[in-house]
Design a protein. Structure first.
Length: 136
């Protein structure tokens, strides 16, 4: 298995090679080989001996992916996948009062091209228009 590593402001992001579109040209990218341990299927190890978790999100009950992560202080936190993805790829924290809108209205599609930072009212308006458009 091959992964690409991108180093952005001292954070390490692991991206599967499949269909990644990079918007930020300041990413330092390199391809490395990884192997899965036979007794630990949720982890990968690279040629340097660094071990990575293959964390998968779970549904939070209303369609969004949520992940249990460890922050820089070692605390366990739950993070919504779409917010995490937006912040990582845009290299900024989402401003207070702003929400992340899924352009295609599929709550678990967290591809960066599908995410927009909008106000709550913009998000509600977009959802209302979408609901109206799908009614028969």
């Amino acid at each position: 298995m091959f992964l690409k590593l991108g180093i952005v402001k001292s954070f390490l992001y692991i991206c599967k090679v499949n269909n990644i579109k990079l918007k930020n040209t300041n990413l330092v990218m390199k391809t490395i080989k990884t192997k899965q341990h036979p007794n630990f299927p949720n982890y990968l190890v690279d040629e340097n001996g660094d071990i990575f978790s293959k964390i998968t999100g779970s549904d939070n009950g209303i369609g969004y992916k949520v992940y249990k992560l460890t922050d820089m202080n070692g605390d366990k936190v739950y993070q919504l996948g779409h917010r995490f993805t937006y912040e990582a790829w845009n290299e900024e924290i989402i401003p207070i009062g702003m929400e992340i809108h899924h352009k295609n209205h599929i709550r678990n599609d967290n591809h960066i091209d599908n995410l927009d930072c909008v106000t709550k009212s913009q998000n509600q308006l977009a959802a209302a228009k979408w609901r109206k458009s799908i009614k028969v």
